[in-house]
Design a binder for this molecule. Structure first.
Ligand code: CU
Length: 150
């Protein structure tokens, strides 16, 4: 039972690289560009925030539906808003970016909420965060870790 299952799995994996290559040879799907990616850790707290600009130079709309990172146990999208004089964060399920448009994640606005770091995240280093797109693709992005002090 277990043996036939692993054989079936091996056959499946054998097919995947060929299928991926064949797909690439026909046409490389247009991917959005991410620039100015940086992370700021909150002093004395095991949390941080990630910022970037996503440029959609493709002809089709794209949507960011989340993110994950090997360096953080939990990554989610947030938006900071001033409500009644108070700064509040609310979760964002998706961010749609029209063709030719940009989506900015910046301090005081949209950000990646980075919780439960798996180790020390120090200024001057880099962390990889994968952005998840609605079509199932993942965009691996290297974020520069900057000092939290202004
Ligand atoms: Cu937040």
């Amino acid at each position: 039972m277990a043996r036939s299952a692993s054989l079936a799995l091996a056959a499946l994996f054998a097919l995947v690289p060929f299928a991926t290559f064949a797909g690439t040879a026909k046409s490389t799907p247009c991917a959005p560009i991410v620039r100015d990616a940086w992370v700021r850790m909150t002093p004395m707290m095991p949390m941080g925030a990630g910022f970037f600009v996503l440029e959609n130079r493709c002809k089709a709309p794209v949507a960011v539906t989340g993110a994950s990172s090997p360096r953080f146990g939990d990554v989610s999208m947030h938006e900071t808003r001033i409500e009644g004089g108070m700064s509040r964060m609310r979760p964002l399920a998706r961010v749609d970016v029209a063709p030719g448009a940009n989506a900015e994640f910046h301090p005081g606005g949209r950000h990646l909420m980075l919780m439960s770091p798996t180790g020390d995240v120090a200024a001057g280093g880099r962390v990889r965060i994968d952005l998840k797109l609605a079509d199932g693709r993942r965009l691996p992005v290297d974020f520069d870790v900057r000092s939290a002090t202004p």
